[in-house]
Design a protein around this ligand. Structure first.
Ligand code: NDP
Length: 352
């Protein structure tokens, strides 16, 4: 439904955004507001103004308009009203934490049931034409060893994580289960299209001061010296949070966008990340200088919340992600990791 805005003097589009108070979501919301969209921000608790006041300030200074709606992934039907009249939904809300008590209740239920809840709201509305879902490369692959064991030279959008479970890598399991549920729902209707974004590990400055995303925790741990005696020899894809936001908007606006999109500027080891930070900031932080031996991680990994099986199947294995589709079809331009990490550290210093 297009709404004529007196403020901007033009027709505008209404987008329902879930997870807009999060690390990635705040950047998506900011960019939508800057582009003049009407953003229906679904928040869990309107009284927590600290989670969205800065987005209201951004809205005041820009063409777009911010509306606040209350909804929770675990309250069935709570997105229905906000979806009525929205032309698209960007569904990003899902817990991204490795500090959980109960993997089913804390990760899998909000991810899977929450996705069903939001997509059912799309089904009930007559206005929604597109849903952009934030999945993850965790829905593409599980343990890093899976690439070598499957005889692959790289992971592409064709692959789905088969090795994670509620007991082993439950966050990754929550993402693959939620994305599969989304494709099932999408296939059984004809009113809206599903476009999926599969970011690798997201880095870069945070607009949100309340996010507990593992992206932020990882950098906090790194800078505070948690890994100073040795970094795990783990490979990840890395992508800038601002590029992830752009990808969501390209997926929303590009009529031809379809299917899944792996996002990564490059794959790199934890020590490569450390070296980039050291090159920029010298010896200001207690950064590791070498890899922690695998057998030490097998014995001591529990201190960092990682299991023996995780160490066995992930430490020391190569990883390659094919990102051609994001560049050629989505037309995403990636920021170099060096810039991403520099901006993230500077922003964390600024926010103390
Ligand atoms: P954040 O933790 O910063 O954001 C999570 C968002 O989900 C918040 O807005 C949070 O709301 C919302 N949320 C969580 N639980 C509920 C609930 N029960 N009901 C309603 N909203 C809820 O994480 P990120 O920004 O890092 O992650 C956003 C998305 O991106 C997730 O789907 C994540 O899996 C995915 N992703 C993240 C990557 C990364 O490296 N950061 C990589 C790949 C994918 P509130 O503010 O109220 O807590």
């Amino acid at each position: 439904m297009n709404i004529y805005s007196i403020k901007t003097n033009k027709m505008e589009k209404t987008i329902l955004v879930t997870g807009g108070t999060g690390y990635i979501g705040a950047w998506v919301t900011k960019k939508l507001l800057e582009k003049g969209y009407i953003v229906r921000l679904a928040v869990r608790d309107k009284s927590r103004t600290d989670k969205y006041q800065y987005l209201q300030d951004i809205s005041e200074k820009n063409e777009g308009k911010l509306e606040l709606w209350e909804a929770d992934l675990l309250k069935m039907g709570s997105y229905d009203a906000a979806a009525q009249g929205a032309e698209a939904i960007i569904h990003m809300a899902s817990p991204f934490t490795l500090r959980f008590k109960d993997p089913i209740k804390d990760l899998i239920e909000p991810a899977v049931n929450g996705t069903k809840n939001v997509l059912e709201a799309a089904n009930k509305s007559e206005s929604v034409k597109r849903v952009v879902l934030t999945s993850s490369v965790a829905a593409v692959h599980g343990d890093t060893i899976d690439m070598t064991e499957s005889g692959l030279s790289e992971f592409t959008e064709e692959h789905f994580n088969y090795s994670s479970s509620p007991k082993h890598q439950p966050y990754s399991y929550s993402k693959v289960a939620a994305e599969k549920a989304a494709w099932d729902i999408a296939k059984n209707q004809a009113n809206w299209e599903l476009v999926v974004i599969n970011p690798s590990f997201v880095m870069g400055p945070s607009l949100s001061k309340t996010s507990d995303s593992e992206s932020i925790n990882f950098m906090k741990d790194m800078l505070s010296g948690k890994f100073k005696s040795g970094a795990p020899d783990l490979q990840f894809g890395f992508v800038d949070v601002r590029d992830v936001a752009d990808a969501h908007i390209l997926a929303l606006e590009n009529e031809d966008a379809e299917g899944r999109h792996i996002l990564a500027e490059r794959t790199a080891g934890v020590l490569d990340v450390v070296n980039i930070i050291r090159n920029e900031f010298g010896e200001k932080y207690k950064l590791p200088k070498k890899h922690a031996p695998k057998f030490v991680l097998m014995l001591m990994g529990w201190m960092f919340g990682i299991s023996r099986k995780f160490v066995k199947n992930n430490v020391g294995y190569p990883l390659k992600l094919n990102t051609t589709k994001s560049i050629e079809k989505l037309k995403l331009k990636y920021m170099p990791l060096e810039q991403t990490l520099k901006d993230m550290v500077l922003q964390m210093e600024e926010n103390k």
